[in-house]
Design a protein. Sequence first.
Length: 282
Amino acid sequence: MEYSARLKSTRYLTLVRTKAVSEQEQIDAEASWKQTLAEVAAAKAAVQNGRINLEYTRVTAPIAGRIGKSQVSEGALVTAQQGSALATIQQVDRLYVDVSQSSNELLQLKRKLLAGKTDQNSQLKTAVKVVLDDNTEYSETGVLEFSDVSVDQSTGTVTIRAIIGNPRQELLPGMFVRARLTSDRPQTTILVPQAAIVRNNRGQAMVMLVNGQSTVEARPVETGQNLGDQIMVTKGLTAGERLIVAGLQKIKPGAPVKVAAQQPGAETQAAPPEQTSAKKAD
């Protein structure tokens, strides 16, 4: 139709010069041609508008991941900016593992990491192993990414975050796991029963020892991470010292004691202090 109207307008433009058609007929032919062009443009715009509206019927996700159950049924009315989501998509190829750690343990961790770094400008990152709820260790190794900038005043803990790969999608969002942070260098430390740690009136950790004169000696120590019924002593004890782990309520510093029984040694990376029960000498 557009082609025919254009040919007619071109033909009438030639004929009007020889007076074969009137000027009015030539004007009418040219106007018909331009009207046809406008109708074609309007039809193309309608087709494009239809394509745009058709795209609105397909909701595409901005990220790749696994989608959960649908929150609406097929045929339900949905609107833009509605309060409820159609579905939830979560990325599970790499996961965040958030762990709560005491502020004291976090400070000690930072010191250990700094001690193992020759370049002070390097980032404080360490390997993280994940232990599943059934006490099996996850095959992938994560990386410590960052720690929160504030301490929870109600619990005294700081949230640290690790990133771990999940190629087989064994880990799921919301799953309970435990994280084990590993140091670049082996650490020599001593583990003692938590019952052997007492606090003075200033809240400082203390242990009771049997010195070379068989008398009680009170010594301040620095403690680290809790490991079940044992606690890590980072400073204040050396291998071979005799630590009193029972009968603490019956003794005081300077009192003579004798060893009543010897308990099995604690599991340590270095030789632990000897653990004894003390009785006040008669």
